[in-house]
Design a protein around this ligand. Structure first.
Ligand SMILES: [Zn+2]
Ligand SMILES: [Zn+2]
Length: 115
């Protein structure tokens, strides 16, 4: 999310943990200025893609990143801000973006079962 009352990096906050953008906290932007940081993405990716956790959402809830109702699709819900949810598709897509960005030191989390 964007906080227009703040300045500099503090203007850009992750929708899922409300931490500001920083050199070591890369972010991926969704629709309407929504943001997910690399830390949250790591947790979300592990839980949804590897551990297959997550559940569908009620009809009045939408993924904050794509603003769509993927009711039956697995969603990750922020442990800190329970109204902030991300669908599996956005988690995959955002992870792909960060993973490929050569300027950002982030790779997709490994499957804990492989460790
Ligand atoms: Zn975050
Ligand atoms: Zn989504």
């Amino acid at each position: 999310m964007h906080n227009n009352d703040a300045s500099g990096n503090e203007r850009f906050l992750c929708d899922f943990c409300h931490q500001p953008w920083s050199e070591d906290r890369a972010m991926v932007e969704g629709h309407r200025g929504s943001l997910i940081c690399a830390n949250c993405l790591s947790i979300a990716y592990t839980e949804i893609i590897h551990l297959k956790l997550g559940s569908g959402v009620s009809p009045d809830e939408t993924c904050v990143l794509c603003l769509e109702h993927g009711r039956d699709e697995a969603h990750w819900r922020s442990p800190m801000h329970e109204n902030s949810i991300a669908c599996k598709r956005c988690i995959k897509q955002s992870a792909g973006v960060l993973h490929k960005d050569a300027d950002i030191d982030w790779t997709k989390p490994r499957d804990p079962a492989d460790a």
